[in-house]
Ligand binder design. Structure first.
Ligand code: ADP
Length: 460
């Protein structure tokens, strides 16, 4: 654009200059015969050349500075002038580039003549040529700098992305989510991408670890379950072999063996039932929750607990009509598991207590005993599947009771935890949401409000 504009404006300037010279001459020579008296001075510094021709282009006269050279006029130009049109032509005279302006005039005697004025455009051509060369070289040079600079800048700014790509690739190969992208630059788009990428890796690492742990837990669960099943099956196999023996065993031995078989069978049924309960708790999509009146549930449990043959004192604290959101059957099952354990681990002179209290929108149900307690080191493990802290006293238990209790309580959107002091006793606490009807008015606060006061109803 610069080149074209420059070339055009230079040309226009020259054409205007020549047109002005021509007009001046024409104005100063009112008499047609005076056209051959060319002006001695000209516009600008460069010399102006004049030439007069007849209508066929034959030269009639010219200025001395032409030194006998002729200002040419092309056939097309001649025809245009003959038709009365002035023309500009670029031509070469004595190897010098010239702009020639040919103008039709009426010569003395009324005949048509051609008056030509010309100037050298060598300087202008040279200037435009220099500009062209500068533009070409400058353009190529700038392009090279731009390509090189762009290459460098893109390389530097895309390096973290390249690093991320390589990290992602390595993670794919190694399955190592602990890798992180190193980015010390500013928190621009790339910086934010690196941060997001790292937090995604962290989330993946956590999820991967959880899946690995779950898989490990599943494996050990299957191993434990098979191990527990193998013992009664082996015993059964041995007992059946005894029954098949020839000669047959005595009637008393036979009765004892059959008794063993029934016991082992019952143990197996219990284990399979426990495993099924756990599996259901794990995979059942959701349980139906309802509003349960705790005093009524406690009365039921008090009756049923007698079938567990407690040797120690068992008491249920009378509580005001408290209502929880839970599944009646599941909550009952959990409380019976906790009471069964409490009776098992509490000596005859000890006591077991079932009570509840409401704090705000939560109900705390406690199963408290004054039994042998649980050692501090084992307390965190008692809710694990197949965990038995006290094998000798656990008797026929498989270490699944508390695991089932935990799974069932979590299904009801509650929590369970244990506190214990070895030799003093243990307290298992279940926390469940209270029914809205039983929440004191002061506690029915908006979701984002903090409860101001905690109410306790733990009175006998
Ligand atoms: P199990 O079905 O074999 O009784 P649980 O899961 O119910 O297994 O209990 C796991 C372990 O927790 C038991 O082996 C026992 O050592 C301990 N435990 C549970 N409840 C009590 C309790 N009330 N007092 C003392 N120890 C307890």
């Amino acid at each position: 654009m610069l080149y074209l504009t420059m070339e055009h404006s230079t040309r226009m300037f020259m054409e205007n200059t020549l047109a002005l010279e021509m007009r001046r001459l024409l104005e100063s020579n009112a008499q047609p015969q005076g056209f051959l008296q060319f002006p001695s001075t000209s516009l600008g510094s460069s010399p102006t050349y004049w030439q007069a021709c007849d209508s066929r282009g034959n030269v009639l006269g010219s200025t001395d500075n032409l030194r006998g050279h002729v200002l040419p006029l092309s056939d097309t130009g001649l025809r245009s002038v003959q038709e009365g049109q002035a023309v500009y032509e670029v031509t070469r005279v004595n190897n010098v580039p010239m702009l020639v302006y040919s103008h039709p005039v009426t010569m003395s005697g009324g005949t048509l003549g051609i008056l030509q004025v010309a100037r050298s455009i060598a300087e202008q051509e040279q200037a435009v040529q220099t500009l062209q060369t500068s533009l070409v070289f400058g353009g190529v040079f700038t392009l090279l700098i731009a390509v090189g600079g762009g290459w460098l800048i893109a390389g530097v700014s895309l390096r973290p992305i390249d690093q991320m790509t390589r990290t992602a690739h390595m993670i794919g190969i190694e399955r190592n989510f602990s890798r992180r992208v190193q980015h010390n630059g500013p928190q621009d788009e790339v910086g934010r991408l690196a941060t997001t990428f790292n937090s995604m890796l962290f989330a993946l690492e956590t999820a991967y670890q959880q899946v690995a742990q779950a898989l490990q837990a599943q494996r050990s669960f299957i191993a434990d379950a098979s191990h527990e099943l193998r013992t009664p099956l082996t015993t059964l196999r041995g007992n059946l072999a005894l029954l098949q023996r020839e000669p047959p065993i005595s009637t008393e031995d036979r009765t004892a063996v059959l008794g063993d078989i029934v016991d082992e069978n019952e143990r197996m049924i219990r284990l399979v039932n426990d495993l099924m309960t756990l599996a259901r708790a794990d995979y059942a999509p959701k349980v139906e929750l309802e509003t349960i009146s705790l005093p009524r549930l406690f009365a039921d449990i008090e009756r049923q607990a007698k079938s567990l043959n407690p040797t120690c004192t068992f008491s249920v604290r009378n509580i005001p009509d408290m209502q929880v959101i839970a599944s009646r059957d599941l909550l009952k099952q959990v409380l019976l598991i906790l009471l069964d354990n409490a009776f098992k681990f509490t000596p005859e002179q000890g006591c077991v207590e079932l009570c509840a209290q409401q704090r705000g929108d939560q109900v705390f149900i406690n199963v408290r005993d004054t039994g042998i307690g649980i050692a501090e080191a084992t307390l965190p493990h008692i809710f694990q599947r197949f965990y038995r802290a006290n094998q000798a006293r656990s008797g026929s238990g498989y270490g699944l009771g508390l695991a089932i209790a935990k799974a069932l309580i979590e299904k009801q959107r509650g929590q369970i935890h244990a506190e214990s002091e070895p030799g003093q006793g243990s307290t298992f606490t279940i926390i469940l949401p209270a029914s809205v009807a039983s929440i004191p008015v002061t506690h029915q606060l908006p979701d984002n409000a903090q409860p101001a006061k905690v109410y306790s109803y733990a009175q006998s």
